[in-house]
Design a protein. Structure first.
Length: 420
């Protein structure tokens, strides 16, 4: 087995070096990666004859395997977690004094995601050619959004790229964790809805038609609820091949309308006005607004540029328009808090805290406090909403199944009374 001498960076930023046996360079990188060591330099100090013969004998097999891996890479997805980990690791390498191009090369070779590996290799090539990192990142907008690129650009201009990358990684981790809590809390109610729909579908299509044959043979007048049940059952059983694609077309048309300017405006305004969900949507947008703006301002991004980027991450047309109007007002000399408060769409407590931050010159810090407060509110509201939805879904399922059972039992009891 070959013996390699290596130099690298440990997780705490400490320079390390040593020798280690491994099947090859890639195997050594994976071995040390599990020990949280990022290799920056390596060389083979002792060759392994058996290993070389084995490698030569299996070259055709390895080539086929590489082709398979490359084929799989076409379907790989670069997750936000991949970008966040890369950002934090690159910050660690830069703080340890590793040149940017070498850091990108080390992280590219150690990435398990083939698609992300190719992106990082491209970044390294452009940086080696003298291009700024921010400019290279612009070629991959789906991986590195405007917020990321602008923060990196500010970090490069200020000479504190490692600090900005660490701050950016913290921001991405916070946003990912918040999204995970919201989506995770909604998983159980959604599963309950799907199970309820499947149960009702089986009852209406397979169970009810067999039982209703008894009612037809008796020629007894049926209660209204039983007639409705039979009608719906026959409609679903006999016309499912038309109703299913029709429902798909209706959903597609609604989604297309909701994605258009007029539809999105109405849907987003409706979201904010919903009794229980509305405050959750608003607080989630406020937390995202405050966290994103604080992170960008602390990284040196100009306020007008930051607001333009923040506007695009709110995912609500109504609030996006408010931020756009605030940006125009700030360009004319107004403060950040005044147009937000005037709109009536942002909570008064948030506007007051932003105003205090502007007067004291600590806007970034105050925005961080705002984000912390509203993220806690979002978590509390999600917990309450989940606690409300879980029993509500059980009640809805019980009512649906109860209606079916009652509509079947009621005429059966009437038939028994008639026979007696």
């Amino acid at each position: 087995m070959p013996l390699f001498a290596y130099k690298g960076i440990a997780a705490g930023g400490k320079n390390v070096s040593g020798t280690r046996e491994a099947d090859g360079p890639k195997s050594l990188r994976q071995l040390l990666k599990r020990e949280s060591v990022f290799i920056t330099e390596m060389r083979e100090v002792r060759s392994g004859d058996k290993s070389n013969r084995k490698a030569a004998g299996g070259s055709a097999k390895d080539s086929a395997l590489n082709k398979e891996v490359d084929f799989k890479a076409m379907f790989e997805r670069i997750r936000p977690q991949d970008v966040s980990i890369f950002t934090r690791q690159l910050s660690t390498l830069l703080r340890a004094g590793i040149p940017l191009a070498e850091g990108l090369a080390a992280l590219a070779e150690q990435s398990d995601n083939k698609k992300f590996q190719m992106v990082l290799a491209g970044l390294r090539q452009k940086v080696n050619e003298g291009e700024a990192l921010a400019k290279a990142l612009e070629a991959h907008p789906r991986v590195f959004p405007d917020l990321y690129v602008n923060m990196v650009r500010s970090g490069e201009a200020a000479g504190n790229l490692d600090v900005v990358l660490l701050r950016l990684s913290d921001f991405m981790d916070t946003q990912t964790a918040l999204r995970g809590k919201v989506s995770g809390a909604m998983t159980y109610p959604i599963i309950m809805m799907i199970i309820g729909a499947l149960v009702m579908g089986v009852l209406m299509i397979f169970v009810v038609p067999q039982i209703t044959e008894i009612f037809e043979d008796s020629q007894q007048a049926l209660p209204l609820n039983t007639q409705i049940l039979i009608f719906v059952s026959r409609l679903a059983g006999n016309w499912w091949f038309i109703l299913t694609p029709l429902a798909g077309v209706v959903v597609w048309l609604l989604r297309r309308w909701a994605a258009g300017p007029a539809g999105r405006q109405k849907v987003d305004r409706w979201k904010l006005k919903l009794p229980v969900v509305g405050p959750l949507v608003r607080y989630l947008a406020v937390a995202r607004f405050a966290r994103t703006l604080a992170t960008m301002l602390a990284s040196g991004v100009p306020v007008l540029t930051a607001l333009e980027i923040v506007r695009r991450v709110l995912n609500n047309v109504v609030l996006e328009k408010v931020v756009e109007e605030a940006r125009d007002a700030i360009r004319e000399g107004e403060s950040v808090a005044a147009p937000l408060k005037r709109s009536g769409q942002f909570p008064s407590m948030m506007c007051h805290m932003v105003a205090v931050g502007e007067r004291s010159g600590e806007l970034e810090t105050m925005l961080e406090h705002v984000a912390d407060a509203y993220e806690r509110d979002v978590e509390a509201k999600v917990a309450r909403l989940t606690a409300l939805l879980s029993p509500l879904m059980i009640v809805v399922m019980a009512v649906g199944v109860g209606f079916v059972v009652f509509s079947i039992i009621q005429p059966i009891l009437q038939i028994q009374q008639f026979v007696q």
